[in-house]
Write a protein that binds this ligand. Structure first.
Ligand SMILES: *[C@@H]1O[C@H](CO)[C@@H](O)[C@H](O)[C@H]1NC(C)=O
Ligand SMILES: *[C@@H]1O[C@H](CO)[C@@H](O)[C@H](O)[C@H]1NC(C)=O
Ligand SMILES: *[C@@H]1O[C@H](CO)[C@@H](O)[C@H](O)[C@H]1NC(C)=O
Ligand SMILES: *[C@@H]1O[C@H](CO)[C@@H](O)[C@H](O)[C@H]1NC(C)=O
Ligand SMILES: *[C@@H]1O[C@H](CO)[C@@H](O)[C@H](O)[C@H]1NC(C)=O
Ligand SMILES: *[C@@H]1O[C@H](CO)[C@@H](O)[C@H](O)[C@H]1NC(C)=O
Length: 603
């Protein structure tokens, strides 16, 4: 069982017994709260079975999200500084400026504090995010039930057997409704894929061709071996990185990879990988940062395929840029019979909390982790770029949209909605569907590179299409034959992916062995490696780093290799087709670094 070695500032246990004693006194006083009103209510989620009442000794970590009244202002700033045609392009906001813009009204902070106080919860019992927009408390489940006028139950996910403690409805005093956007965990049934990657296939076949050396990029001809095995050299050739191009270690550039439960990046495997594919990098390594007690297990038997894949390719491509691996702890699924004492939040949220508090987060961060907005259609992975805005997306994902039916098999996917209406709909991936993330689709083969069948693409049912996509996506939609997939997707939604990169047959070292890995979880670190090189170009030219990429990318489609073959079947259909221009399989296409490096410093 995983033990959470929390830092003292997060820990409540020592205060807890006193706190509980105090509560019994508080409970004796009749509550002055007027009758609570339902804040959120969902239908029992498909694919989950109610098992039992939540054990009364259970504790729960509740996160209370306060409204961010100035978010539209932040969003406006973000688009201005990310728009290459705007005079403020590249003038990124400081952490303090961002925090001021996501801060809730003092009135909301006070209203929530007063409400917590009536339940015996004082300032010393709560944790606040730097911008004070999230309040976190750890309370006995019985108290959470009283505060939210609800009853929590143990629910079991039919397909995986995972259990969680959730409710289908909760209420708050009426006067609090305008001061609280969301409280979780309550009605959110997302599973975030068991904190695993979206690795599609692992072929442990020993018959992989031996690597033939760091071949020189002649510019035109791609090494034919790249059709069956992807290496750092292949990606450099495919994406037109000149053979003499090396980024600088001294211009303040940085790149990060997120890892979650049991995904350990092994340093020895990285050395083996470098010896095989990037000899100049042998002897170099990455920074390790533990988030909420995330471990750094270097036992080769426990090396994570996903973590090793991400680290080897993102850091191998961007060497010698300062590279950091973030290991976030996460609890295993709640097991009611063993009586896991605390049901905590998603490690994803823990990681966001942590990174938001950093003065200098990495300039590009790849995350191969997520869930579908609702259910499982293969989803592209993302390059996280605007952290505060990503948190805002979290607010906006409705909880009844967080349910996955756990069916990863395209053949049996029903793609029915979980809103009680059993509608059939394409379900895009989250957080890739967030408009502030660059979603990376997958390709395979060379000459031509084609969209791979598991490349997640589509249209968000929750986030409206951002204006930076209007032209490219509008063109794609108007070229679709009339009536295509009518009712199955939301043509006005945020469209994904934005871009693509190879996603098949990556040559990865895991536990001392060579394996071949496929998945859009390979595409995301590959694309992120190229972005780190582009940041190098800008920093060396004395310009600020790229920041949030998407508005720029859609103005420079000529910087991409347009992928026009391939489709992404799912939900009993053949899916969308890759086409000329942007498409819902490969986005704008795969990067051409030689072109992009001129385009990104054009200004
Ligand atoms: C790459 O492999 C695919 C599938 O085997 C094949 O159809 C294609 O012709 C190959 N391309 C090259 C350039 O060898
Ligand atoms: C490494 O992990 C494996 C499996 O988890 C375990 O059997 C082995 O004893 C560990 N080795 C060391 C040196 O701890
Ligand atoms: C590299 O990144 C780490 C982690 O963010 C940071 O602590 C360190 O100072 C950086 N090193 C350099 C040389 O910039
Ligand atoms: C939706 O489907 C489930 C199982 O397929 C069924 O039990 C349920 O009654 C259906 N609901 C509606 C509203 O059709
Ligand atoms: C994809 O292309 C095939 C072959 O040209 C065509 O039959 C199909 O209708 C297209 N699908 C969509 C969604 O455009
Ligand atoms: C990438 O751009 C360079 C420079 O414009 C060009 O020479 C090269 O052919 C392009 N690569 C591909 C694959 O189109």
């Amino acid at each position: 069982m995983f033990v959470d070695p929390r830092t003292p500032s997060h820990a409540v246990p020592s205060k807890f017994s006193a706190f509980l004693t105090l509560l019994s006194v508080v409970f004796a006083v009749p509550s002055k709260d007027p009758a609570p009103e339902v804040k959120e209510s969902i239908n029992p989620p498909r694919g989950w079975t109610l098992r039992s009442a939540a054990p009364s000794h259970h504790t729960i970590e509740l996160r209370i999200g306060l409204p961010q009244p100035d978010f539209p202002v932040l969003e406006k700033h973000l688009y201005e500084v990310s728009d290459p045609f705007h005079e403020r392009y590249g003038q990124h906001l400081t952490k303090a400026e961002v925090e001021a813009l996501v801060a809730p009204h003092q009135e909301s902070i006070d209203a929530v504090s007063e409400w917590l106080a009536t339940h015996g919860i004082g300032e010393s019992d709560i944790q606040r995010s730097p911008a004070r927009d999230w309040v976190t408390i750890k309370v006995p489940i019985t108290l959470a039930e009283k505060m939210l006028d609800t009853t929590y139950h143990v629910w079991t996910h039919d397909a995986s057997g995972d259990s969680i403690v959730r409710t289908t409805s909760y209420s708050l005093p009426k006067h609090l409704h305008p001061h609280i956007d969301v409280i979780q965990p309550t009605t959110m049934f997302a599973r975030f894929k068991g904190y695993k990657s979206t690795i599609h296939d692992i072929d442990r076949s020993p018959s992989l061709p031996a690597f033939t050396g760091d071949s020189t990029n002649s510019g035109a001809v791609i090494d034919p071996s790249c059709n069956t095995t992807i290496t750092i050299s292949c990606l450099r050739q495919l994406y037109s990185v000149p053979s003499d191009f090396t980024p600088s270690a001294h211009v303040g550039n940085s790149v990060g990879i997120t890892g979650y439960l049991e995904q350990f990046a092994n340093r020895q495997d990285l050395q083996s990988f470098y010896a095989d594919q990037k000899p100049q990098a042998v002897g170099s390594t990455f920074n390790f940062v533990s988030v909420k007690g995330g471990l750094n297990d270097q036992n080769a038997s426990n090396a994570g395929v996903e973590a090793n894949l991400d680290v080897q390719f993102a850091f191998g491509l961007s060497f010698p840029v300062n590279s950091t691996f973030f290991s976030t702890a996460g609890r295993p699924p709640f097991i009611p019979d063993i009586g896991t004492p605390t049901d905590t939040n998603e490690p994803y949220t823990d990681w966001l909390d942590f990174i938001l508090a950093q003065e200098k987060p990495p300039l590009a961060i790849s995350t191969s982790y997520g869930d579908d907005e609702q259910s499982p259609k293969a989803s592209p992975d993302g390059l996280v770029q605007d952290l505060p805005s990503l948190v805002h997306c979290e607010f906006k994902i409705p909880s009844d949209g967080g349910v996955g039916d756990g069916d990863d098999n395209p053949a049996t996917q029903t793609c029915l909605t979980n809103d009680g209406k059993n509608q059939t709909k394409f379900i895009p991936g989250f957080p890739a569907s967030c408009p502030f993330v660059t979603a990376v689709g997958g390709t395979e083969f060379i000459e031509p590179e084609i969209g791979v069948f598991f490349s997640g693409g589509g249209f968000s049912n929750f986030f409206a299409r951002p204006s930076y996509q209007d032209k490219a996506v509008g063109k794609f939609l108007s070229a679709l034959p009339k009536g295509t997939f009518e009712g199955l997707f939301n043509p006005n939604g945020r469209a994904i992916p934005d871009v693509a990169a190879q996603g098949e047959r990556f040559r990865v070292f895991v536990g001392g062995q060579v394996v071949s890995v496929a998945g859009t979880s390979a595409s995301s670190p590959a694309f992120t490696g190229i972005v780190a090189l582009l940041n190098d170009v800008r920093l060396r030219a004395g310009q600020p780093p790229l920041g949030f990429l998407n508005p720029l990318l859609y103005t420079i489609p000529e910087g991409f290799n347009d992928i026009t073959i391939g489709n992404n079947p799912g939900c009993g259909t053949e899916g969308f087709n890759a086409t000329t221009g942007w498409d819902a399989v490969t986005g704008l296409g795969t990067p051409n670094f030689s072109k992009l490096r001129d385009l990104v410093i054009r200004k």
